[in-house]
Ligand binder design. Sequence first.
Ligand SMILES: Cc1ncc(C[n+]2csc(CCOP(=O)(O)OP(=O)(O)O)c2C)c(N)n1
Ligand SMILES: [Mg+2]
Length: 689
Amino acid sequence: MDLKSKTIEAVSINTIRAFAMDAVQKANSGHPGTPMSMAPVAYTIYTKFLRHNPDNPDWRDRDRFVLSAGHASMLQYALLHLTGYDLTMEDIKNFRQWESRTPGHPEHFLTPGVETTTGPLGQGFANGVGMALAERFLAGRYNRIGHEVVNHHIYAICSDGDLMEGVAQEAASIAGQNSLGKLVYIYDDNRITIDGTTALSFDQEDKGKRFEALGWHVQRVGDPEDLEALEEALTNARDEEERPSLVIVRSHIAYPAPHAQDTAAAHGSALGEDEVRLAKEAMGFDPDEHFYVADEVYEHMNMIGRGRELEEEWNGRFAAWREDFPELAEEWERAWSGRPEPGYEEKLPRWDPEDTEKLATRKAGAAAMSAFENYTPTMIGGAADLVNSTSTAFKGGGMFSSTHVGRNIAWGVREHGMGSCVNGIAVHGGMVRPYGSTFLIFSDYMRPAVRLSALMGIPVAWVYTHDSVGLGEDGPTHQPVEHYMTLRAIPNMTVIRPADPNETSMAWRLTLEAEGPVAMLLTRQNVPVLDPEAAKGALRGAYTLAGSGEPDAILIGTGSEVAVALEARDLLADRGVSARVVSMPSWEVFEKQDRGYKDSVLPPSVETRVSVEAGVTLGWERYVGFKGASVGIERFGASAPGETVLNELGINPENVANKALELLGRSERVGESEGTPAVEDTAPEEGHS
Ligand SMILES: Cc1ncc(C[n+]2csc(CCOP(=O)(O)OP(=O)(O)O)c2C)c(N)n1
Ligand SMILES: [Mg+2]
């Protein structure tokens, strides 16, 4: 493409560039270089490939576009504005300002047309893979011969940083394994990152060969200005159905700014007034014009007419399908509303303590999943190579593979990729609460995705088992201690740690009803079964499990430590101290209750309070107050049978009872030998040390 050409294509592309320069200059903050050099790519995708309707960004069968290199957000904002989305010139001028709809990095739900929140490199790449999994699943479930209601592509632009990040590698491997041919990814091979040229850090690796080895279809375009070559490559990529596609585009950051081009500085700093002038002059633009859009450009780039036509055509196909398959269509609507089929609550399992003395909550979780399986037909997910340990599977759901659309995804040992793919499935829509599962300790390996699920407020379930040092012999590398609190520390995240099988059923109910993400923490070891009626209190986050009237002390436990608190209560009763036991599976759910309820569970007048939880105590002051105490673990765990580790680290009834006696100013102490361990050892599992 001749830079100064007056063709409408050239002027449109240069308008995107000028926009990016002006917006970054005005905010004196942002990333101008990549929007400038990738303008032809984004222009081509948005105007010639993407089947979207700017008038209805929620059209269900639209193609998705992900800007994985989220720092180049002005590129996406420019395209959204110019193609006719509800993003005004005012919005563009407010780039990066308080409460604007054009934040520093693209944010889902904030800006119409932004499919996912990107910025942490690699995440968008992996989200797109999740979207392709969702597309494949929905197509498999709802398309019928002669009726195609799901058929769309996922386009993404990714950068050097995206490809360097491990999470993208994991997701690319998942995409190759499952033959996700709907992926059309463009890699911006500009050979520049923040610290300088990629010769420093990223030029030994042949990225094309790497992706080929992962099962991708790889093409190269030597110059993004060559629109014909670009179009041809994108056409091939779109038409390739078996393999995910990567188009490697050799670009020059900040092109055509004469001095900024090919420099790392152009990545993240305003170019400066003088350089902006020179770049505009090079493009044949008036350097004194800012945020200038010729009417012809608006006219040429507006995609509303085309988008409406595409959607109308789909609406026709959809109506015919709905007429032929009314029941399926009803299910489809519910799935898109994110709701399980009605009536699932009654199916959730109940355990009677008379029949079942003890059961691990992970096993209870498995029973709950079996019970609601048929009520959540588009819920898919899986574990990161630990499904036999986490017990998270839909037994009748089949496996997802390149040839079969099952509900169980074998993520492999790829927690990072799993987390980000689950987010992608959720933001795609139509999928009721996708989930990812592993040991709680490995939540660290997917924390960026967990955090983003909370930032986006999307309906996902993170199911973490082996939730304490009680897991035993695997030792401190596998024993979470800080994890309950670090998960609770994430705004918008609901953490639920049920005490027993009956609370686990309630935990799943809370999870299926929750608006945002939920982390469910389940035990490996057996725990005593509580009264199923009482356990319904879990739906309010915390409740009085034992004790009536105003007690001398309140013992607050979560998860497996509720049983410890119950035993401590008995020890205290023997000494004439009345204690109430509060089971508190979820801080966040409890916080949502009204003041009256909260005060009824934790009466302000009772200041003698002891919390017990097998993790760091930082934060428990919120509920025990400054006159209370916390029994927890302020160190890493140890390799030994779970019962021994818990006992040695002080997670036992005697310790809890003694803390209460101490707070009450009583001199006597409960002897070590008096209590029976609340935790029962579980033999090491087959196939897992
Ligand atoms: C996980 C993560 N680490 C670091 C950053 C900070 N950061 C933003 S862009 C970038 C690299 C820029 O190089 P590249 O990805 O090639 O983008 P380009 O400048 O070429 O557009 C870095 C390190 C980030 N956004 N995400
Ligand atoms: Mg780069």
